[in-house]
Design a protein around this ligand. Structure first.
Ligand code: ADP
Ligand code: MG
Length: 226
């Protein structure tokens, strides 16, 4: 029995620019354990998003593999990867990517409905998450009627709506002022701690990084402790 939730093994990711090969991830190894909250801190352009997208099965590595809950995902079909993404991975972006036509509540219900839950079940869980994120009063508001911090709280609630194994967040507070960022991170941290989720969070904010269990960076395409 292992408590490793997600593991990157020798992950290679490159882009071809004409004749040139740009190695972004170059044999990256990384393991995230149950209940662990890890900060990914590295300058722009070093491959943080590439690493998170690869870990989140949004991109395939050119070599190496991603092992999620003990299951190697590299050679699975697109449909299988989509199913795993839907159930086991929560993703938060720098910009909320909420559906503008739907309320906060509906946005959090959506992934649950896609998964096959009934509307009352999905609504109940969405309400609980909104309360937990301290924006229960905003349930019926559309994204445009919410502040930046509230939008990110909804995006975080949506990401965990299906109780994933892992939460991957790509500069989730990067678009917020420092005070709002701190409050949103408080809520994110409480949620992760309470649920025992594993979380890998890219951030430029050293104060927030310092609050996580450990910090890693990218160096020459590899994940190294910071
Ligand atoms: P970060 O998130 O740390 O800013 P990224 O993972 O977004 O870094 O990008 C890492 C590098 O890969 C950058 O130099 C970027 O320009 C390059 N890159 C990202 N996506 C592509 C792509 N689709 N084609 C070519 N180069 C890319
Ligand atoms: Mg990025």
């Amino acid at each position: 029995m292992t408590d490793v939730i997600i593991e990157l093994k020798g992950v290679q990711r490159y882009y071809l620019q004409g004749e040139r090969k740009l190695n972004i991830l170059n044999g990256a190894d990384f393991a995230l354990r149950r209940g662990e909250m890890v900060a990914l801190v590295a300058p722009s352009g070093t491959g943080k998003s590439t690493l998170l997208h690869t870990a989140g099965l949004l991109e395939r590595p050119n070599a190496g593999d991603v092992i999620l809950g003990g299951r190697a995902c590299g050679r699975l079909s697109d449909d299988q990867r989509t199913a795993i993404r839907r159930n086991d991975i929560g993703f938060v972006y720098q910009f909320h990517h909420l559906l503008p036509e739907f309320s906060a509540l509906e946005n959090i219900m959506m992934p649950q409905l896609i998964r096959g839950l009934s509307r009352p079940e999905a609504a109940k869980r969405a309400e609980q998450l909104l309360d937990y994120m301290q924006i229960g009063k905003r349930a019926q508001h559309r994204p445009a009627e919410l502040s930046g911090g509230e939008q990110q709280r909804v995006a975080i609630a949506r990401a965990v709506a299906n109780a994933p194994l892992v939460l991957l967040a790509d500069e989730p507070t990067g678009n917020l002022d420092p005070t709002t960022a701190s409050y949103v991170f408080d809520a994110l941290e409480a949620l992760v701690r309470q649920s025992g989720l594993a979380a890998l969070i890219a951030t430029h904010n050293h104060e927030l990084a310092a609050r996580m269990d450990r910090r890693v960076t990218l160096s020459e395409g590899k994940v190294v402790p910071l």
